[in-house]
Design a protein around this ligand. Structure first.
Ligand code: NAD
Ligand code: TDX
Length: 332
C-alpha cells in the first residue's frame, strides 16, 4: 500500500488525516474533494506537493471515481455532507453525497478490488439517556434520528453489504464528535470560539444538557490509520476517547479560556429531534489494535484549538457571515 485516495480530504477531519498521514507515514495521498461550502483548499496548504495531490470533483461522478480508485492502493472515504442542522433545512445533498456517492465509490472499489475504509459516525446508533451509564458498542442496533445520521447509516449498510455480497475488502469506523483545527465555523465549538472573537455571545441550543463524547481530530486520524492497516475485513471499530461533556460545560470552558464571564452566553431554540447523549466504548479498537488516544485532557486540546482560531482568522473569516446567516433563518 503506497498511494491512498482520501475523499473529502479538504474538509475538517479529512484534512487533519492528510496532515497526519504525511507526518507519520510514507504514503502518498490523492485527495478527491468537491470543494463544497465545507471544503477548503487552504486546509491542505503547506503539504509537500510531491506527496499530496488535490483533484476537485464529485464522488458520485462515476467516471471520475472509477479512474481515481483505479490508481489507488486504498480508499479512505471521508467525503460527506456532515452537518445535522443543514440536513434539517435541506436533506437533498445528504442523499446525493452520503448515499449515492458512497455507492459510486463502492462500485469502483469492487471493479478494481481496492481496499476500502469507510469513515462514519456514532450518530448511526441514535442517542443514549442522560441517566444511563450505557455506551455505544459495535453491536448497538442502528437507530439514526436525523436526515444526516440516517444517510450515514445507509452508507454504512451499503459498505457491509458490499463486503458480504461481493467480498469487498472493506472496514468501517464510527467516531464520536471531533474537535481541533480547520473545523467549519458552523459546528458547535468553532462557532462559539469565533463568536467570542467577534464579540458575540455563544448560543446554546435548549438547556445545554446534551452530551457529546469529544475526541481530538488527531486521535480520530490515528484510529483510522490503525483500522486501515490492521483492521479485519468486514469489521466495525468504534473510535472515542472517553471525552463526555455536556454542551453547557463546553461553552463555559470556552468562555473561561477566552477570559469571559461564565454566564456570557444565550440559550436559543433547540434543534428538532436533538439527540441527547452519545458515548463510545472503544475497547475493541484499544484491545485488538492497541490504539490509545494522545489527547486525554479535553481542556488542553480545547486551548490549542482556541489558539488555532485566534491565529488563523484568514482561514475562517470567509465562512462566518454565511454560516451565521443560515442560522439566523432558522432561529439558532
Ligand atoms: P466536513 O463537512 O468538514 O468535510 C466534508 C468534505 O467532503 C468537504 O471538504 C466537502 O467539500 C467534501 N464533499 C462533500 N460532498 C462531496 C462530494 N459529493 N464529492 C466530493 N467531496 C465532497 O466534514 P467532517 O466533519 O470533516 O466529516 C468528515 C467525515 O467524518 C464524514 O463522513 C462524517 O460523517 C465523519 N464524522 C465526522 C465527525 C465530526 O465530529 N465532525 C464525527 C464522526 C464522523
Ligand atoms: O450553535 C450551536 N449551539 C449548540 O448548542 C451549535 C452549532 C450546536 N449546538 C449543540 C448541538 C449538539 O448537541 O452542540 C452539540 C454539537 O453540535 P454540532 O457541532 O452540530 O455536532 P453534532 O450535531 O453533535 O454532530 C457532529 O458530531 C458527529 C458532527 O457535525 C457530525 O458530522 C458527526 O457525525
Amino acid at each position: 500500500m503506497s498511494r491512498l485516495l482520501v475523499t473529502g480530504g479538504a474538509g475538517f477531519i479529512g484534512s487533519n488525516f492528510v496532515h497526519y498521514v504525511v507526518e507519520h507515514t510514507e504514503y502518498d495521498v490523492t485527495v478527491l474533494d468537491k470543494l463544497t461550502y465545507a471544503g477548503n483548499e487552504a486546509s491542505l496548504a503547506g503539504l509537500p506537493p510531491q506527496r499530496v495531490k488535490l483533484v476537485v470533483g464529485d464522488i458520485a461522478d462515476e467516471d471520475l471515481a472509477d479512474s481515481m480508485v483505479a490508481e489507488a492502493d486504498a480508499v479512505v472515504h471521508y467525503a460527506a455532507e456532515s452537518h445535522n442542522d443543514n440536513s434539517l433545512s435541506d436533506p437533498t445533498p445528504f442523499l446525493h453525497t452520503n448515499i449515492q456517492g458512497t455507492f459510486t465509490l463502492l462500485e469502483a472499489a469492487r471493479r478494481h478490488a481496492t481496499r476500502f475504509h469507510h469513515v462514519s459516525t456514532d450518530e448511526v446508533y441514535g442517542d443514549l439517556k442522560l441517566d444511563d451509564s450505557a455506551k455505544f458498542t459495535p453491536e448497538t442496533p442502528y437507530n439514526p434520528s436525523s436526515p444526516y445520521s440516517s444517510t450515514k447509516a445507509s452508507s454504512d449498510l451499503l459498505v457491509r453489504a458490499w463486503v458480504r455480497s461481493f467480498g469487498l475488502e472493506a472496514t468501517l469506523s464510527n467516531c464520536s464528535n471531533n474537535y481541533g483545527p480547520r473545523q467549519h465555523v458552523e459546528k458547535f465549538i468553532p462557532r462559539q470560539i469565533t463568536n467570542v472573537i467577534d464579540g458575540v455571545r455563544p448560543r446554546l441550543y435548549g438547556k445545554g444538557e446534551n452530551v457529546r463524547d469529544w475526541i481530538h481530530a488527531d486521535d480520530h486520524s490515528s484510529g483510522v490509520l490503525a483500522v486501515l492497516e490492521r483492521g479485519r475485513t468486514g469489521e466495525t471499530y468504534l473510535i472515542g476517547a472517553d471525552g463526555e461533556r455536556n454542551n453547557l460545560e463546553v461553552v463555559r470552558a470556552i468562555l473561561s479560556e477566552m477570559g469571559k464571564p461564565a454566564d456570557a452566553f444565550d440559550h436559543v431554540k433547540d434543534r428538532p429531534g436533538h439527540d441527547m447523549r452519545y458515548a463510545i466504548d472503544a475497547s475493541k479498537l484499544r484491545e485488538e489494535l492497541g490504539w490509545e488516544p494522545g489527547f486525554t485532557d479535553f481542556e488542553i486540546g480545547l486551548r490549542d484549538t482556541i489558539d488555532w482560531y485566534r491565529e488563523n482568522e484568514s482561514w475562517w473569516r470567509g465562512q462566518k457571515a454565511e454560516a451565521e446567516a443560515r442560522y439566523a433563518k432558522v432561529g439558532h
